[in-house]
Design a protein around this ligand. Structure first.
Ligand code: PBG
Length: 336
């Protein structure tokens, strides 16, 4: 920007802010319904609706309710949903074999949604944490360390299984090394050349995932354990560039930054550097903070949520995964 910007009183910055029309004309960024992705928790039941205790307003849905929510998403112009399964305890194991069961909950839900609403984009999570008895995203060795290459072998089968069921985008959220290349190769080998990969490339080991782990009941499995040996340290930023460079070279179509709001600097750095489709995840803890304040009437829900989502756009996100997606789409439709 030019430094020869004039000085007061010739330059009055408030002049352009005075009227609504000029504020609108100089607005640099906008949030639209097309920017929203709705994460949905699903249960292996025909009909169910259970509220997640630490996420008021967010529910786990059975198949019928899932289809109703999908219909609403389409009605309000949301381009895609992201499915997160709540897997029953007796289906969890050390080898996470349920992750690639073609009759499992995720493939079943994908088929059901695609049959009814083929135009709605479906993203599935590629990671083993819903399926392991210990709640980690991969297979463990005898010392409790998450094995990289053996885990990638299972992730490939999981991705192929989801693609076979008809999902549009697989989203590896596990942070194993080399998994994007391996998954791309497997998808191509199975003729799924148009199945897209959204890589959770810059995924931090964050405490803000707490309510999500309640929602999918993996907190119990994890116990006091953490994910520091595979997810990134919140102190780091250069490391995110290396992660993203690798994932792009391995074939990622889109990259993701997660969590969102405390990591806007990462979104901006990545977008400036790579200029590829960049998504952000406003994670469960961010939802719960805003929701809790709104429920106390300490914040106005609609304005604070729309402001936070707009800030993701300003930082460089092309789309945002948010548990507020349906509410936000409705508010945007109503105009504000
Ligand atoms: C699991 C996964 C997590 C989230 C999305 N996929 C949790 C974790 O890594 O422990 C968190 C999403 C949220 O908090 O909303 N691979």
């Amino acid at each position: 920007m030019s430094t020869d910007f004039g000085t007061f009183p010739a330059r009055r910055m408030r002049r352009m802010r005075k009227d609504s029309f000029s504020r609108r004309l100089m607005q640099e960024h906008q949030l639209s319904k097309s920017d929203l992705i709705y994460p949905i928790f699903i249960l292996d039941q025909d009909s169910a609706k259970e509220e997640v205790q630490s996420m008021p307003g967010v529910c786990r849905y059975g198949m019928n309710e899932l289809l109703q929510v999908c219909e609403e998403c389409l009605q309000f112009g949301i381009p895609a949903i992201a499915l997160f399964p709540v897997v029953e305890a007796d289906k969890k194991s050390l080898d996470a074999a349920e992750a690639y069961n073609s009759d499992g909950l995720v493939p079943k839900a994908v088929r059901a949604v695609k049959e009814r609403f083929p135009e709605l984009g479906i993203i599935t999570d590629i990671a083993l944490d819903p399926y392991t008895s210990h709640g980690h995203d991969g297979l463990l060795d005898d010392n409790g360390y998450v094995l990289n290459d053996a885990t990638v072998g299972v992730l490939k089968r999981q991705a192929a299984c989801h693609a076979e069921a008809g999902c549009d985008i697989v989203a590896p959220s596990d942070m194993m090394d080399g998994r994007i290349g391996a998954i791309r190769q497997t998808l191509d080998d199975h003729a799924h050349i148009n199945t897209k990969i959204l890589s959770y490339a810059a995924k931090y080991s964050s405490v803000f995932y707490g309510p999500f782990r309640d929602a999918v009941a993996s907190a119990k499995s994890l116990g006091g354990s953490n994910k520091h040996t595979y997810q990134m340290d919140p102190a780091n930023s250069n490391e995110a560039l290396a992660e993203v460079a690798l994932d792009i070279s391995e074939g990622a179509d889109m990259i993701m930054v997660k969590p969102g709001l405390p990591y806007l600097d990462i979104i901006r750095r990545l977008k400036d550097h790579f200029q590829i489709p960049t998504m952000a995840y406003q994670v469960s803890g961010e939802y719960s903070m805003l929701k809790a304040a709104a429920l106390q009437s300490w914040l106005d829900e609609r304005s604070s949520v729309l402001e936070a989502l707009l800030c993701f756009k300003r930082a460089g996100s092309d789309a945002i995964l948010t548990y507020f997606a349906l509410d936000a789409a409705k508010w945007l439709q109503e105009g504000h």
